[in-house]
Design a protein around this ligand. Structure first.
Ligand code: NAD
Length: 433
């Protein structure tokens, strides 16, 4: 199969590379010239474990190429994937401008019949709109169909997820289009669920909203645990043993971030609102998350009410481990608040510091190691549970001016901390000293 992918972000690049790995000939198109120049040299513009190696292999085997030219990139393709961004508008709805532009790019450049597959997360009804947009701009002698194929990869394990995902959802109008996309995906060996287009579009939003709900739920329970003296880690473990509940996404922390949950929850509230349905539960989930993101600063201020001139270490900047993605990361809000209160912020992240430098307040300083960040600091805040942070020698915290650790990801057991003379505040657990 000859395939084109429009957009080479986390989803588009991983999709293109994975499809080439299973034998398809893939051309990836992006409007960002710098990104394309890098990818043409085999350099991945994003950090994703295993991606660079697989990308280089498939470029060398002539199954994978990159271009900024839509005409050239779409030439002779049987199937075109749309994987452009759908960021948040000011009112919380999904911004469809990149998707509409991609549809126009397809219409203006195809010279053959195609199936257009939407990977981007889009509101229910968008694939109908994509179809109309393309049909009204393309040459009259051509035929096209649309298929909804939402993406469920997790940043940090995206390549692994392509080959070991829980399901591939294919929403189509015609059996022909549905079967073609099924055949393309069959070599992944992942279970395929075929459905109608609108249901496929909704499956993506409903899945993300449900996972966000689980996170906000356990965070609320953790706050109640703190007030009652229970331990959230024990509570989560005990709850997760019930197979109806499941143990995943029951980890209390400082709330969800990233490029999907924050925008997709708000978009679904809007989608429901458009048909005059008030999604009260999801509104609660969003509000709880906002509150939870502020919880670490509250704990720090309880210990150090005045931060002016105080050196505070921030460990972990990415929104979660194993990614360089800073979108909607808790570190943005936390570092901003620390600076606002006059603190001298020294940050460290194993991978995301490059991206962080263009996003965080310019007053944030960066250390080359955990050791450098915490040395002489008056408090260390842990925002991301990278293995490097979880595996730290706890005695290292004694190099701080005062060994005060405020952990937003519950990286350490209370027993381990207690024998190390650290004042340790975490989420949903008693304070350890
Ligand atoms: P991204 O912002 O990282 O990448 C989008 C890319 O599309 C950019 O490189 C941009 O330059 C390019 N682009 C925009 N318009 C273009 C056009 N007309 N032609 C060619 N290139 C164009 O986005 P992402 O994180 O990969 O997300 C893409 C979609 O997938 C979104 O709808 C998102 O909600 C969804 N999604 C993301 C994830 C994730 O973990 N990132 C997971 C599942 C689904």
């Amino acid at each position: 199969m000859k395939i084109s992918v429009i957009g080479t972000g986390y989803v588009g690049l991983v999709t293109g590379v994975s499809l080439s790995e299973i034998g398809h000939h893939v051309t990836c198109i992006d409007v960002n010239q710098d990104k394309v120049a890098k990818m043409q040299q085999g350099i991945s513009p994003i950090y994703e474990p295993g991606l660079s190696e697989m990308m280089t292999k498939n470029i060398n085997e002539n199954r994978l190429s990159f271009t900024t030219d839509h005409r050239q990139g779409l030439k002779h393709s049987d199937v075109i994937y749309i994987a452009v961004g759908t960021p948040e508008n000011h009112d919380g709805s999904a911004d469809m401008s990149y998707v509409i532009q991609a549809a126009r790019d397809i219409a203006e450049n195809i010279q053959q019949n195609v199936i257009v597959v939407t990977k981007s997360t889009v509101p229910v009804g968008t694939n109908d709109m994509i179809k109309q947009t393309i049909q009204s701009h393309m040459a009259a002698n051509l035929q096209m169909e649309v298929v909804s194929n939402p993406e469920f990869l997790k940043e940090g394990s995206a390549i692994h997820d392509s080959f070991h995902g829980d399901r591939i959802v294919i929403g189509a109008e015609s059996e022909y289009a549905s079967n073609v996309i099924e055949q393309i995906n069959q070599p992944f060996g992942v279970p395929i669920f075929k459905t109608d287009i609108k249901s496929a579009e909704m499956i993506k939003y409903a899945s993300n909203a449900f996972l966000a709900t689980k996170i906000s739920f356990i965070n609320e329970i953790s706050n109640i645990c703190e007030l009652l003296g229970a331990n959230i880690e024990n509570v989560s473990t005990g709850m997760g043993l019930d197979q109806r509940i499941g143990s995943q996404f029951l980890k209390a922390g400082i709330g969800y971030g990233g490029s999907c949950f924050p925008k997709d929850t708000k978009a679904l509230i809007q989608i429901a609102g458009n048909v005059e349905y008030e999604f009260e539960l999801l509104k609660g989930v969003v509000n709880v998350n906002k509150k939870q993101q502020g919880i670490l600063i509250g704990k720090l201020n309880d210990c150090l009410p005045i931060l002016t001139g105080k050196r505070i270490a921030v460990l972990g900047l990415a929104f979660k481990p194993n990614t360089d993605d800073m979108r909607e990361s808790a570190s943005i809000r936390v570092t901003e608040e620390l600076i606002k209160q006059g603190a001298h912020v020294i940050a460290y992240d194993p991978i995301a510091m490059g991206n962080a430098k263009s996003i965080l307040n310019p007053l944030v300083e960066y250390a080359d190691s955990i050791e450098e960040a915490i040395a002489d600091s008056e408090a260390a805040l842990i925002l991301t549970d990278w293995d490097e942070i979880k595996n730290i020698e706890l005695a290292l915290f004694k190099t701080m001016k005062k060994p005060l650790v405020i952990d937003g990801r519950n990286c350490f057991s209370l027993e381990a901390v207690e024998s190390n003379g650290i004042e340790y505040h975490s989420i949903g657990r008693p304070v350890a000293t």
